[in-house]
Design a protein around this ligand. Structure first.
Ligand code: PRP
Ligand code: ORO
Length: 245
């Protein structure tokens, strides 16, 4: 299955094709951390091969560099990768940014958290650059309900750092879970529109949240390439869970 959409920029098409050929983006039936059943899943753990790691770190680096040039993203000192999948992503992206523009990005650092604090040796749960007083961009794979990104932001605040922006590979564009529960097959209340976790973070923290791909891009790319059944399932999921922002 090879995507060649005239509606998507070339870099998105190339990234989408890499994700499909390495089965990083899979179609089927998956249970998300939020409990939702999804017809697609983005497994960033599969960017382990050298050429794929270069592809994704280049996509993050180009998106960050463009946002810096346009002024959308302010100055920053550290890329922070939340454990676990954010760790190789932030680390590889720091290296790629220095290759893209050594004068501007050569002194950037990476930093990440341990899920469990270390009690011997250097101790603590931050590895890499200490965060105190530093301006930080978070690099992660996916934001769905926002649980993981909020944990990352709590760490940044606790360490005394300043959040400047967030970048993810995929914006799933879905509404935050309804605290009253969401039963399979039950129509979600159209009178109670809910924002995406990304929209909520943008509003609450006033920082840019950038993504390389969105669910709209995936559907656009797969139109006429994937099976009708797969595309219909994606469209139905988007219709059901679409966020209000
Ligand atoms: O927005 P959310 O609903 O929190 O879901 C998205 C997050 O969940 C997964 O990470 P997970 O916390 O499972 O950790 P991992 O990186 O160790 O896989 C995934 O990698 C995203 O970061
Ligand atoms: O919501 C999730 O748990 C989730 C979705 C997705 O596409 N990829 C992932 O790693 N987690």
């Amino acid at each position: 299955m090879a995507v060649s959409s005239s509606q998507l920029p070339a870099y998105k098409t190339a990234f989408l094709n890499s994700c499909l050929s390495a089965q990083i983006l899979k179609l089927g039936s998956f249970t998300l951390k939020s409990g939702r059943q999804s017809p697609y899943f983005f497994n960033a753990g599969l960017f382990h091969r050298a050429d794929l790691l270069l592809t994704i770190s280049d996509a993050y680096a180009q998106t960050i560099a463009a946002a810096r040039s346009s002024g959308e993203l302010g100055e920053f000192d550290v890329l922070f990768g939340p454990a676990y999948k954010g760790i190789p992503l932030a680390t590889a992206t720091v290296g790629r940014l220095a290759e893209v523009d050594r004068a501007q990005f050569g002194s950037l650092s990476y930093s990440f958290n341990r899920k469990e604090a270390k009690t011997h040796g250097e101790g603590g749960n931050i590895v890499g650059a200490p965060l105190k007083g530093k301006r930080v961009v978070v690099v992660d794979d996916v934001i769905t309900a926002g649980t993981a990104i909020r944990e990352a932001m709590d760490i940044i605040a606790k360490e005394g750092a300043i959040l400047v922006g967030i970048i993810v590979a995929l914006d799933r564009m879905e509404r935050m879970p309804d605290p009253r529960g969401e039963k399979e097959g039950q129509e979600l209340d159209a009178n109670a529109p809910r924002m995406s976790a990304i929209g909520q973070v943008r509003k609450e923290y006033g920082v840019p949240v950038m993504s390389i791909l969105t669910l709209d891009d995936i559907i656009e790319g797969l139109n006429g390439v994937g099976t009708d059944e797969d595309v219909n399932r994606l469209e139905e999921y988007r219709r059901r869970y679409r966020a209000s922002d």
